[in-house]
Design a protein around this ligand. Structure first.
Ligand SMILES: *Cc1c(COP(=O)(O)O)cnc(C)c1O
Length: 415
């Protein structure tokens, strides 16, 4: 075990961490090391403040007037621009609304309609499943649409992209392994074949710098309850490059996407710009909670987030391999930090029980079937000493065999 840093060294890394003070903006329970911000981000004081204000002042006292007086109606676009700054999107191209699943449907359907002579959607066989389910849904509304999957129909996604492809739907970071795709390179390959590309940013928005405009992306979707800490079920987002705004038609043409919603016209007329990706009335309280969470990012340098995320994850791998190496854990994530998102996955035959035992001891990560244990590293509120203590607990659980207790084998509804 020579060469691995000791706790004093690691505590010095925390003391020198430029993001350290951000930890105080979050509300986390005592005795918990939270390594699941890639699934549900932590609560923050700012989020609570906005929620409280929106509910107990604006809703309670302004009632319906608050749509105008508190700016509720414009929130999807305003928050979209605020979020857009974190994903490299110039203003007017991002809107916050609905769920990622619904937004995939809207964007994918719209993109397919922009390539009417091409029947193929390309996606990843190991995509987050809802992306594939929504792609199946879109395909079911169109004649002769074909879904080609990387890892099923050919080993790589690049091999599936040809002149029959209308749209490539791709996860920027794989939810299970944490593998990061090269957005610029794959976007160029799709465009060279005449296809459009939709990026799912669920595991990169708020986790690292993203440059949608620079990469020349067409569309993107993502959620705000993971690395952006918007709260359980907080509204998702859509990005559409400005060059497509005039042509694009999305299928869920509800009144919020209408050019004049309060004219109550009988016939549909799409609104201009990114607004046309809205559908109906949005969850104001969730939006305002998200606003509080996004305000925190005004003081955050995304390059510093990436640097710390890599350092946390590299330290985790180093300590796990040194202290837990003999217990059958296999690194599933890429060892090359340039090819990963902000999570580390290990595989273990008894991963589910091990994760349950960890959670009972206050180290919260999660499990993805069949054998992946995932640990997310969110630099805003996770420190280097947290990594050290988490690995100590993991090593103890493996050494003692504490995970073998029968109660850890009972499957819970949400893993
Ligand atoms: C988390 C996640 C989703 C979630 O979709 P919802 O509609 O919010 O449930 C979708 N895609 C990816 C890649 C995800 O990681």
């Amino acid at each position: 075990m020579t060469g691995i840093p000791d706790l004093a060294t690691i505590e010095a890394m925390d003391a020198a961490d430029p993001l350290r003070s951000l930890r105080d903006r979050f509300v986390l329970p005592e005795g918990v090391i939270y390594l699941d911000g890639n699934s549900l981000g932590a609560a923050s004081h700012a989020a609570f403040d906005e929620l409280r204000k929106a509910a107990s002042e604006e809703w309670a006292y302004n009632l319906i007037r608050a749509w105008n007086t508190a700016g509720w109606f414009d929130m999807p676009l305003e928050l979209g621009d605020q979020l857009g700054r974190l994903i490299g999107a110039a203003s007017g191209q991002t809107v916050v609304c609905d769920t990622t699943s619904i937004n995939i449907y809207k964007v994918l359907h719209a993109a397919m309609a922009m390539r009417p002579d091409r029947p193929v959607i390309v996606a990843e066989g190991d995509s987050f499943p809802t992306d594939l389910y929504m792609a199946e849904g879109v395909a079911s509304t169109r004649k002769n649409t074909v879904l080609r999957l990387a890892g099923v129909d050919a080993p790589t996604i690049e091999e599936l992209i040809d002149e029959n492809v209308a749209v490539v739907l791709v996860n920027h970071v794989n939810y299970k392994s944490g593998e990061l795709r090269d957005m610029t390179a794959l976007t160029r390959i799709a465009h060279d074949a005449g296809a459009l590309i939709v990026w799912d940013l669920c595991h990169t928005a708020g986790a690292m710098p993203v440059e949608l405009d620079k990469a020349n992306a067409d569309f993107a979707v993502g959620c705000t309850y993971k690395y952006l800490n918007g709260g359980p079920g907080s509204p998702a987002f859509i990005y559409a490059a400005e060059r497509h705004h005039a042509d694009v038609q999305q299928p869920l043409s509800g009144w919020w996407s209408h050019a004049r919603p309060f004219a109550f016209e009988q016939a549909y007329a799409a609104g201009t710009g990114i607004r046309r990706f809205l559908c109906g009335t949005q969850p104001v309280l969730s939006m305002r909670t998200l606003k509080g969470a996004l305000d925190i990012w005004k003081d955050v340098d995304m390059a510093a987030v990436r640097t710390k995320s890599i350092a946390l994850a590299d330290l985790f791998i180093e300590l796990v391999e040194a202290k837990c190496g003999i217990y059958g854990l296999t690194l599933e994530s890429n060892r090359n930090s340039a090819r990963r998102g902000s999570q580390i996955s290990f595989m273990h035959e008894h991963g589910y029980q091990i994760m349950r035992a960890l959670i009972e001891r206050g180290v919260i990560g999660d499990f993805r079937a069949p054998s992946t244990i995932r640990f997310g590293f969110t630099p805003l509120y996770v420190g280097y000493a947290d990594v050290w203590h988490a690995v100590e607990v993991l090593a103890d659980i493996l050494r003692s065999g504490a995970w073998k207790d029968a109660r850890f084998a009972v499957k819970e509804a949400v893993t």
